[in-house]
Design a protein around this ligand. Structure first.
Ligand SMILES: C[S@@+](CC[C@H](N)C(=O)[O-])C[C@H]1O[C@@H](n2cnc3c(N)ncnc32)[C@H](O)[C@@H]1O
Length: 278
């Protein structure tokens, strides 16, 4: 069978059986992950994989983190947090209450990082963080806040590089090979299922982080997500994309002011939006 037909049947089958729509994901990288799965599970081709996915929901749950790429770490790309601390936090101090949305939070490291930063900046008590992902097992892990000692090593290194001003060990208790992050860091966090492909806006946010997620999306899907973020942001709200993603060349480029061009932090500008014809 023509490979592209097999690929399409696989995506159609996953969508029909589980409601996950991967048609808008960049084909090159998604197909590479599929090829990797075929090798790992010693399967002949995409149709073999589809058959197993359709017959075994547990198998599908097992491979989702691989298909959607769940790689993350505490204070990932520390420069992003430095820029956020220096350029956005001073403006947030004027707000009496703040909503944050971390879209594609994976296993939660980015959420704990933001909670720590907000605590240190004296903003945590007036903040609510919505942390969302499509991957249920990642969300469960995020709620637990228990990470391996290797994760904690990168936490210590990144935390300092991100401008952290306390001892990193204040934020967790070590337990043999694991570290349990303090439950107070999730007191103001709501973890929830949300699919950027199909779901709508659910809260007005002052800040949205969506890093290392849209690089896996095609341009059309990226445009849908920018539209969703634009609608979800309050006037003059902030969008943090990180160094790998950009608003450039998107129809929404002209609706935002650039706050930090390296870390790709933007601020919604409703006046610019009026000039946009989408
Ligand atoms: C590479 S991780 C990035 C995690 C974190 N934002 C970071 O930068 O370290 C990508 C995350 O996006 C999530 N994701 C992929 N497609 C998604 C979608 N359609 N809706 C919501 N989350 C999605 C994956 O499940 C995964 O947890």
């Amino acid at each position: 069978m023509n490979e592209s037909i097999a690929y399409k049947l696989l995506l159609d089958g996953i969508y029909q059986k589980y409601g996950y729509d991967f048609h808008g994901y960049a084909e090159g990288s998604f197909d590479r992950r599929i090829q990797q799965l075929l090798i790992t599970y010693r399967m002949k081709d995409e149709l073999d994989l589809l058959t197993r996915i359709l017959r075994e929901p547990d198998f599908f749950r097992e491979i989702i983190p691989f298909l959607t790429i769940s790689t993350t770490e505490m204070f990932r790309d520390p420069g992003f947090f430095v820029a956020f601390r220096e350029k956005v936090v001073p403006m947030l101090r004027t707000y009496p209450a703040l909503n944050f949305w971390i879209a594609g939070c994976s296993t939660g490291e980015e959420v704990y990082s933001l909670a720590i930063l907000l605590k240190e900046e004296g903003l945590y008590d007036r903040s609510l963080i919505y942390a969302t992902d499509i991957n249920h097992s990642s969300l469960e892990k995020a709620k637990e806040g228990i990470y391996s000692i290797e994760n904690v090593r990168s936490f210590t290194k990144n935390y300092t590089a991100a401008g952290g001003n306390a001892s990193p060990s204040e934020y967790y208790t070590a337990d043999y090979n694991f570290a349990r992050f303090r439950s107070s860091l999730r007191d103001n966090v709501i973890f929830s299922d949300h699919n950027l492909v199909t779901d709508e806006s659910f809260v007005e946010s002052h800040v949205i982080f969506c890093r290392n997620v849209m690089i896996y999306f095609k341009k059309e899907l990226q445009a849908r997500v920018f539209d969703l973020f634009y609608k979800s942001l309050s006037d003059r709200g902030f969008l943090g994309l990180g160094s790998k993603e950009t608003l450039r060349f998107s129809p929404y480029e002209s609706c935002f002011d650039v706050v930090d061009s390296t870390s790709r932090i933007y601020q919604k500008n409703p006046i610019l939006h009026q000039r946009l014809k989408i």
